[in-house]
Design a protein around this ligand. Sequence first.
Ligand code: AMP
Ligand code: MG
Length: 288
Amino acid sequence: MAEDRRTVDSDRPFTEALRVREGFGLSDLDPRSTPAFTGRKADGKAALLEHDDELSSLQEQLYAASVGGDSRRRVLLIVQGMDTSGKGGIMRHVVGRVDPQGVQITAFKKPTEEELRHPFLWRIRKRLPEPGKIGVFDRSHYEDVLVVRVHDLVPQQEWSSRYATINDFEQELVEDGITVIKVMLHISAAEQKERLGKRLDRPDKHWKFNPGDIDERENWSDYQEAYQAALERCNIDAAPWFVVPADRKWYARLAVQQLLLEHLRALDLRWPVATFDVEEQKARLART
Ligand code: AMP
Ligand code: MG
């Protein structure tokens, strides 16, 4: 049970421990650390499995509220991180355990010609979750201030105005009933090298390998700088950032699951009360 790991000072330990605060520096955070969790790998894996059911059940309650109680509540989990940081693993091992009808996953790739003809949030707005659902973004509008900034894909004047645009956008989402959870999976350059090496060693992983990922390693520090800027400039109270140390995959998965759970629990969801007389329906059923 979650209660086992609750500390006396917080019932949202991962939310508290991973939240970006004033003065946060990405380079100060050890990617191998495991904030809010004292167990080892086996404990972490067990804890992940233990909480699958609760996550599914909370999502079902979210959905039930949208049907029975006409609530507009939904959740949007935004996952960002360098190549090989484990975004795919989050989709499979955390989000993948929820009823597929309750989640909407979108992986944002290089924009198409059509997408490029529209403002950068155009394709994002089209993929927002419906009421009752958990939307998950594997990459997001943050690419428009990350890869775009690092490679000058638009003039500086344009990308630098996007931080404020993003803040307004996310504020609007929150006001519309969306719980926005923004996660950066933080890996070290050494761990990435290791993971790319593994992809090259395994024929069943070659499809995931992109030679361009090696070129991108040259830009590592520019990316870290771009991440730091996004974390600082888009850390609004309504939608703060969480940075998850991700050199240990088991920890990153557990941490993202717990962030989701802590946010869902805080919604204080209830099963909608029946709109019919239960006893009367039981009696009717018995007569059939
Ligand atoms: P992957 O997530 O490894 O499948 O790769 C997706 C690729 O799309 C990454 O190289 C991203 O940097 C790129 N990408 C995603 N969004 C954008 C964007 N808005 N502008 C340019 N490239 C993007
Ligand atoms: Mg990739």
